[in-house]
Each structure stands twice: as structure tokens, then as C-alpha cells.
Design a protein around this ligand. Structure first.
Ligand code: PHE
Length: 429
């Protein structure tokens, strides 16, 4: 059965698809603000350490579960730990993306609406709930499901290969424009100036939590995508490549957004308010004397937001779709239709109540995701045989041999302790 499974075509395709999932709202509306608030360059340094020393081992753990089993998240656990309670981890890994997508598609919808308004710079006041957001989020969700229906290679791979380079070009163009605005220096300083006085113990928890969310850990995505990765692919390289692309994009997003905000005399913030309230003011300000400049930058920005959200939402759709295809014997198209209907119904909750939106977001990013990451790392570190883990990470002893003892230590000790710490701090805070 596994032989007729689809595969990503090349190493680059794997990294681009994973980066597509990783680069999303987290990079655009959370990272830049966190950097500024928690110590600038110091935070960036901590974030890099967290990404490569703690998030990467978890990425590897999920990745090797997926590739070893070559199954969707639920079947993977039944294959690797038959008859055990670990199958609950499999169910969680499918449940989490289903929950996340139900509100993520709404943000995709808002972005679509704002893209249309950008052409005339006619931004209305931000109206997050109601029928219009529902209309646009339905379109966004449908588009994501269509890409997934086209297949792993013809849909996900092809879409990521085009959109990731486009995303980098777009954000680079905006950043170059933004840092040259008069008064932009304060924004650049906000991001890069080290400020040790803002450091505290919770800085580490924030940095770690953000790196998990940003690299899409704990939601069955890395696991599912890795089940399409060939046996001779180096998992450490694709993991590091993904983390690097994600980091680079986050930094560019910071350089695109904060200088423009400060140059416009506005206050930085994070989340929907930054993107759908503050930035429209920035664009309107840019367009005050020469309207086409403001409109162009606005169009480029909301296009970036849509594409970034779309590559992430595609990865969310693929997780339940892979399960329906393999465990329920559905055709890909039918599975995508089922996921579309299910997500549409679930999205009604968040699209008609902004409070529900916030609750679903917080519950999934703070609780479900950390639990998923914790279980993945415990499974690989403590339940799987060391030999099997070694076999996957070194590709049967051909690569990463000298790196393995260090990676295995991180997988078994450092990463679980760190995730456990965040998990507990999320519960009590
Ligand atoms: N990595 C994504 C981001 O930064 C998080 C995410 C992935 C969220 C996939 C939803 C779906 O936005």
C-alpha cells in the first residue's frame, strides 16, 4: 500500500512545502511585535536558540514518525505502536488542525476582503464577524481545499514552489520601501536594538511557544508532510531548511511592518488589530499625497498575507484529508469535499463571534499544540527503539552519524523538559 503513496518530488519541494506551512500569520502578526516587546536583538537570539536546539528536535520527532510509518497521523500511531494508547496522540494530531483551520480560514477571508479594498484604499472599519466575513472565508477555504484536491505533487508541491519565492519577493519589496520612509529608524531600532532590561524568565517561554507555532509543530502537519518524504531524504537538513526559511521571513516581515508603523507615527501592536486596523491607516497615510503608492503597497501586503495564510491552511487541510483517504478509503476529491463542509460548519462559530474566535485560537495554540508536541517528543524519545530513531535520522547509517548522539540527547531530555515547562506555564498562567 505504501508504494502507491504520493511523494514530494525533491528536497527543495519538501522544504518549500514545509516552509509554506511554517510561514503564516505567526510570522507576520506575532513575531515582529514579540521581538520589539521582549528585547529586540536579544529576543531574536533567544528565539534562534529555541528554534534550533528545542524546536528542531521536535520537528525531527514528528518528521520521523511520519516517514517511518508512511501513514497519516492516526494510522502512523497504529503502525508504530499497535494496540496502545498512543493512538490517542494520532487522533489529537488530526483534531488540532481541524480546530485551527476553523478560525484560520476566517483570517484568510478578512485578508481577501482587505485586498479588494486596497485597490481604492477604501478601508472600512474592521468588522470581524458577520455575513461578509463568512462569504470571504468560504472562498478562502474552498480555494485551499481545491489545491489539496489536486494532490500532493500537483497541488501542494506546485502551489508552494510558486508561492514561497513570490512571498519572499513581496515581503522584500515592502521592507525595502518601509525602511526608507522618513522616521523609519525608530521601527528598525524597535526590532534590532538589544534591550536586556526587557528580559525575564517568561521571555524564554514566549520565544519557545512562538517557535513551535511558527514551525507548525504539534498539529500533525510535519508528521503528515513527512510521510510523503522519500527514504533517502536527510530529515535534519529539511528541518533546518524549514526553520531557516521561517526565521528569515519573520525577520523580513518585522522590517516591512514596524518601520512603516513608526514612520506613520502609530503604535505597534500584534494580532488582528495590527494587520486590519493599524496597517490600513499606514497605507492610507502613504496614499495621502500620492494615492497609487499607498494602494500599491497595500495590495502587495494583503497579497502576501493571503498567500502566506493559504500555504498554511493547505497544510491544515491535508492532515484530515490524508486520514480520510487512507483510513476511510475515500478518493482525494471526496475527502477534500468532506473537510470543506466540516470546516465550514465549524467556522460558523468563530465567524459570528469574535470572542469564540479568540477562545478557539488561544485553546489550540496554547494547549492543543503544546500537548501534541509533548506527546510527539515523548513517543520518539522514550517509546520508540533507539535503533529505529537512529535509522531514520542517519538514513540507515549513511548521514548525520556524528550528530546523532547530540540530537538524541536533545530529543530525550532537553526538548521534553522544555515543552513540559511551557505546557505547565500555559496551564497556570
Ligand atoms: N506556522 C503557522 C504560522 O506561523 C502556524 C500555522 C500553520 C497555523 C498552519 C495554522 C496552520 O502562521
Amino acid at each position: 500500500m505504501s508504494s502507491d503513496r504520493e511523494h514530494f518530488g525533491s528536497r527543495l519541494a519538501v522544504i518549500l512545502a514545509m516552509a509554506g506551512s511554517a510561514i503564516g500569520l505567526g510570522n507576520i502578526w506575532r513575531f515582529p511585535y514579540m521581538v520589539g516587546e521582549y528585547g529586540g536583538a536579544v529576543f531574536i537570539l533567544i528565539y534562534i536558540l529555541c528554534s534550533f536546539i528545542l524546536a528542531l528536535p521536535i520537528f525531527l520527532a514528528e518528521s520521523l514518525i511520519g516517514r517511518r510509518s508512511r501513514r497519516n497521523a492516526i494510522a502512523a500511531m497504529k503502525t508504530l505502536a499497535p494496540g496502545s494508547r498512543w493512538s490517542l496522540f494520532g487522533y489529537l494530531s488530526v483534531f488540532t488542525p481541524v480546530v485551527i483551520l476553523s478560525y484560520y480560514c476566517i483570517v484568510g477571508g478578512w485578508s481577501l476582503e482587505y485586498l479588494l479594498q486596497s485597490f481604492s484604499l477604501g478601508f472600512s472599519t474592521f468588522e470581524p464577524s458577520g455575513w461578509t466575513p463568512l462569504l470571504f472565508s468560504t472562498l478562502f477555504l474552498a480555494a485551499s481545499c481545491v489545491v489539496v484536491a489536486l494532490g500532493v505533487k500537483n497541488g501542494i508541491e506546485r502551489f508552494s514552489k510558486v508561492s514561497i519565492p513570490v512571498l519572499f519577493v513581496l515581503i522584500l519589496v515592502i521592507a525595502v520601501y518601509a525602511v526608507r520612509m522618513p522616521g523609519a529608524e525608530k521601527g528598525v531600532e524597535y526590532i534590532v536594538k538589544p534591550d536586556f532590561s526587557r528580559l525575564s524568565a517568561s521571555t524564554f517561554a514566549y520565544a519557545l511557544g512562538q517557535s513551535f507555532y511558527s514551525i507548525s509543530l504539534g498539529m500533525g502537519i510535519v508528521l503528515t508532510y513527512s510521510s510523503y518524504v522519500k527514504k533517502d531524504e536527510n530529515l535534519v537538513v529539511s528541518g533546518a531548511g524549514t526553520a531557516l526559511a521561517d526565521l528569515l521571513f519573520a525577520l523580513l516581515a518585522g522590517m516591512a511592518i514596524m518601520p512603516a508603523v513608526f514612520a506613520s507615527g502609530l503604535e505597534p501592536s500584534s494580532g488582528p488589530g495590527l494587520v486590519f486596523e493599524t496597517l490600513p491607516q499606514v497605507f492610507m497615510g502613504m496614499g495621502a499625497s500620492v494615492p497609487w503608492i499607498g494602494a500599491t503597497v497595500a495590495v502587495l501586503f494583503f497579497l502576501t498575507l493571503i498567500v502566506a495564510a493559504m500555504t498554511s491552511s493547505i497544510s491544515l487541510v491535508e492532515v484530515p484529508v490524508a486520514y480520510l483517504i487512507e483510513n476511510k478509503g475515500m478518493k482525494r476529491g471526496a475527502a477534500c469535499a468532506v473537510v470543506f463542509v466540516l470546516e465550514w460548519l465549524l467556522s460558523l462559530v468563530s465567524v459570528f463571534s469574535i470572542r469564540a474566535f479568540g477562545t478557539v485560537d488561544a485553546f489550540s495554540s496554547n494547549f492543543l499544540l503544546t500537548l501534541g508536541a509533548l506527546l510527539a517528543i515523548l513517543f520518539v524519545g522514550w517509546r520508540m527503539k533507539k535503533e529505529d530513531v537512529r535509522d531514520e535520522i542517519t538514513n540507515g547509517g549513511t548521514t548525520n552519524r556524528s550528530l546523532f548522539p547530540f540530537l538524541y540527547f536533545l530529543i530525550r531530555w532537553a526538548a521534553p523538559v522544555a515543552v513540559l515547562a511551557i505546557f505547565i506555564s500555559n496551564l497556570v498562567l
